[in-house]
Design a binder for this molecule. Structure first.
Ligand SMILES: Cc1cc2nc3c(=O)[nH]c(=O)nc-3n(C[C@H](O)[C@H](O)[C@H](O)COP(=O)(O)OP(=O)(O)OC[C@H]3O[C@@H](n4cnc5c(N)ncnc54)[C@H](O)[C@@H]3O)c2cc1C
Length: 309
């Protein structure tokens, strides 16, 4: 990690993290999701912040929290229909002390995910396998194939448009699987990825069109207003897709209230990705890593802080 980012005092990082993190417990995350739905008709996808796992106890805690999350989502009376309920976003690295990017074999990860999606299927909760760095792409897509073939139709996936392999990955996706398109948060080398954001966004639009034409449900996840407008104003009508076939997604805390309200007004579904931690030290650690990968974030957060409201 960049030593400068390590030096930023925790209280300052926490100050910057607070708009992006829905609290330090599952209950607080559920309250946030309920308020987003009740007040703004925005659905949520819940995510426990848990990366760089060092010990077995943390793996067990993460798994137990996800099983509780599925139960909480399924039984919360504040959501009247399945469509209103949050989805659950899962990071495969949260369940192993042997991460692939450090040469490990991801031991335990697949089994933990199988348990969560089994529980989710039994309770009618939709889950999404988040996509991590390039080291995880094959592992994640292989697991997705296996689970989909085993009948887990509630499961969705994520593809990162910065990766050059993604065009081919579109062709291997299970038929009609719900797919979130993102540019990708991980800084990948230019041997395997484009580094120009405009190119990543162009790819989002092209791939969204391919997915819609093939009957996938598309989750178009970006804060780039122009890109969202091109998606809903050009791609969706060109394909003839209905509002049942896609949604727009953004991260909790990124100030896009006006745009989201406008989209909701047009009957377009919008979902926020709602991360929570089980303690502020983990939220701070998460934001430090995000800052390391994406240093402009500090500037963006500061600017957005002043634009808030
Ligand atoms: C719902 C959702 C789920 C995601 N899941 C994954 C995943 O599974 N795997 C993965 O690799 N990536 C994931 N991402 C992250 C994604 O890949 C991008 O890194 C992130 O969305 C920033 O890219 P952008 O498309 O918004 O474009 P950018 O060009 O980076 O941002 C557009 C504008 O939005 C604003 N903005 C963007 N990010 C922030 C921020 N953090 N704080 C304040 N303002 C900001 C800025 O004003 C910027 O100019 C997800 C993103 C979302 C919205």
């Amino acid at each position: 990690m960049n030593p400068l980012i390590r030096l930023i005092p925790a209280p300052l990082v926490r100050f910057f993290a607070s708009p992006y993190v829905a609290g330090d417990s599952l209950a607080k995350a559920m309250d946030t999701a309920a308020a987003l739905w009740a007040e703004r008709s925005l659905t949520s996808s819940l995510d426990l912040l848990a990366e760089d796992i060092e010990d077995r106890a943390t793996v067990d805690r993460n798994l137990a929290t996800y099983l509780d999350m599925v139960d909480a989502v399924a039984s919360d009376p504040r959501f009247a229909t399945d469509g209103e309920r949050p989805t659950v976003s899962i990071k495969l690295s949260s369940y192993t002390t042997e991460p692939l990017e450090r040469g490990g074999d991801a031991a335990g990860s697949g089994d933990a995910v199988r348990r969560i999606v089994e529980r989710a299927r039994a309770k009618g909760v939709r889950t999404t396998l988040d996509m991590e760095s390039r080291h995880w792409t094959d592992f994640t897509l292989d697991l997705l194939d296996e689970l989909h073939a085993a009948g887990h139709q509630h499961l969705g996936c994520v593809l990162q448009t910065r990766l050059n392999r993604t065009r081919a990955d579109l062709d291997r996706l299970p038929e009609r699987i719900r797919t979130r398109l993102v540019i990708g948060i991980y800084a990948e080398p230019e041997e395997v990825a484009v580094t120009d954001k405009r190119e990543m966004k162009e790819r989002m639009l092209v791939y969204a069109r391919v997915l819609l034409e093939r009957g996938h449900y598309v989750e178009f996840a970006t804060h780039d207003e122009a890109c969202v407008r091109r998606f809903v104003g050009e791609i969706v009508p060109a394909v003839g897709a209905t509002a049942e076939q896609f949604e727009v997604q953004m991260l909790y805390g990124v100030p896009r209230a006006k745009l989201l309200e406008e989209l909701r007004g047009q009957g377009i579904r919008c979902r926020l990705y709602v991360p929570f931690a089980l303690g502020w030290p983990e939220a701070v650690a998460y934001l430090r890593r995000r800052l390391d990968e994406y240093p402009q974030m500090m500037f963006l957060v500061a600017r957005n802080w002043f634009r808030r409201g």
